[in-house]
Design a protein around this ligand. Structure first.
Ligand code: SF4
Ligand code: SF4
Length: 198
């Protein structure tokens, strides 16, 4: 079906906006010492759309937590001039799947397949009628399990925020502070269950 070897061209990091969870944000902060105000922003849900990520209610409308782009370009803030990811080891989970996707099947099993949209975009994909490499399938299946848990935790966090009396009347930085606080607790719980990933 397909082989894949990333060419590190950086194309995918200029093509899409990257929604993140509170735990993606925490990884960037603790492992990359990332300054949140420089790298993360709240994107207006009137312009950006996501089926998987919840909308955060704030004083001025509804938003998604996301990575910033570099000024004047569509490139992710973490993309270096030579096309590399400067936070590769702890990058958001969304980035780690491309050019693959995971699908949760009716019986709960996870299927890994190529992202159809990526076929004409990503030069690392070779259509060769071979099955997806076993190592890729195994590591992305494990990642998908973690991802599903993290997304659930994040959705609960946002639901709580949206239904709190003050949440929807607060500013972006109040949400970020709250999300980081909850993320530290969730990290501890995940570590205890052996489900925390760098
Ligand atoms: S577009 Fe494909 S080859 Fe290029 S950096 Fe992204 S995953 Fe790698
Ligand atoms: S975090 Fe890294 S992999 Fe993800 S979009 Fe930015 S540069 Fe690309």
């Amino acid at each position: 079906m397909v082989s894949f070897k990333c060419k590190m061209c950086g194309y995918c990091c200029t093509r899409y906006w990257i929604p993140i969870t509170h735990l993606d944000m925490l990884r960037l902060v603790i492992y990359g010492n990332v300054e949140v105000s420089n790298a993360i922003e709240l994107k207006n849900a009137k312009i950006y759309h996501s089926k998987k990520f919840p909308k955060i209610k704030l004083r001025r409308g509804e938003y998604y937590l996301a990575l910033r782009e570099k000024k004047g370009s569509n490139s992710c803030i973490f993309l270096t001039d030579d096309g590399r990811c400067s936070v590769h080891e702890y990058k958001p989970l969304t980035c780690r799947f491309y050019p693959f996707v995971y699908i949760v099947q009716k019986d709960g099993t996870i299927k890994i397949s190529i992202n159809e949209k990526a076929i004409n975009e990503c030069p690392g994909i070779i259509l060769d009628n071979k099955p997806v490499d076993r190592d890729i399938v195994n590591s992305l299946t494990r990642l998908a399990r973690v991802r599903l848990i993290e997304l659930d935790l994040y959705r609960n966090l946002v639901n709580e925020w949206n239904s709190e009396l003050n949440g929807p009347f607060s500013r972006a930085r109040d949400f970020i502070e709250y999300a980081l606080d909850v993320a530290k607790r969730h990290k501890k719980n995940l570590e205890e269950k052996g489900m925390w990933i760098k």
